[in-house]
Design a protein around this ligand. Structure first.
Ligand code: 6PG
Length: 253
């Protein structure tokens, strides 16, 4: 099996990380809609994506993209109601989804506020199976056209936190994940799904990402401690959009 080589694009500043990510969204959405009639994307939480979503919801992208042909999913969610300030869904809705012509039936949020997170995660798998035309629990996970990810200063991505149970999931597509370091439950897509994507884009900005980014890209393999290291699409592209403070400790890229 060939391993994808990560591409690192250094851009001028944090704003440019979001702008480049928006360019890529339009490019990939056009290509997918032209060939398959639709585009599937998994959104992430965090501050850099928020700016990306605002850019997409404004001119020129607002008017150039066929919003009705896009299926929106989420990479992870906090265990809070959808109107909570901590909710990734709320952030994406307010920054982008609510102001665009997107049918509600194409926005698939993780119901991580439910008391039984396992039931909620299985429900998300059923939704994925339905939209992607797969059998629930099938060995072939859904393949997104695009997955946006962020990286935490501890090397986590989505809600795959260091040394947590979800890192060891090899079969399920979506699982609850107890995160002791944050004393909270999360819900997250798993490596089997994330690594099937046609393209994964990490948005990485800020000086607190310099050390973990250099470890993830150039350090010894230690994925239990640095979960972002195990994002390696099996037959897709892996792109890191990085601002200068985050790129400060990279030697080879
Ligand atoms: C979440 C995110 C998470 C995020 C990173 C980076 O729900 O917290 O999905 O994985 O992407 O923590 O966040 P920033 O881009 O805000 O630093």
């Amino acid at each position: 099996m060939t391993m994808v080589v990560p591409e690192v694009q250094r851009v001028a500043d944090k704003e440019a990380v979001s702008r480049e990510a928006a360019e890529e969204f339009e490019r990939l959405a056009r290509a997918a809609i032209a060939t398959k009639g639709r585009f599937t994307v998994a959104l992430s939480g965090g501050s850099t994506p928020k700016r990306l979503y605002e850019i997409l919801a404004a001119a020129p992208y607002r008017d150039r993209i066929d919003w009705g042909s896009i299926e929106f999913f989420f990479g992870d969610e906090r265990s809070v109601p959808p109107d909570d300030p901590e909710s990734n869904y709320r952030m994406a809705r307010e920054a982008m989804l609510a102001s665009l012509p997107i049918p509600a039936s194409r926005i698939h949020r993780m119901e991580a506020e439910r008391p039984n997170l396992d039931v909620a995660a299985l429900g998300y798998e059923s939704t994925l199976a339905r939209v992607f035309g797969l059998r629930p629990g099938s060995h072939t996970p859904p393949a997104f056209d695009l997955v946006y990810l962020g990286m935490g200063p501890d090397g986590h991505t989505a809600s795959l936190f260091p040394h947590t149970g979800a890192l060891r999931e090899t079969r399920r597509w979506c699982v609850p994940n107890w995160v002791p370091q944050q004393d909270t439950n999360r819900m997250t897509l798993t490596y089997p799904v994330l690594n099937r994507a046609a393209e994964v884009i990490f948005l990485v900005a800020g000086s607190d990402k310099a050390e973990p980014l250099s470890e993830v890209l150039e350090g010894a393999p230690d994925p239990e401690r640095l979960p972002s290291q195990r994002i390696r699409p099996v037959c897709g592209r892996l792109l890191f959009l990085v601002d200068p403070p985050a790129a400060a400790k990279l030697a080879r890229y």
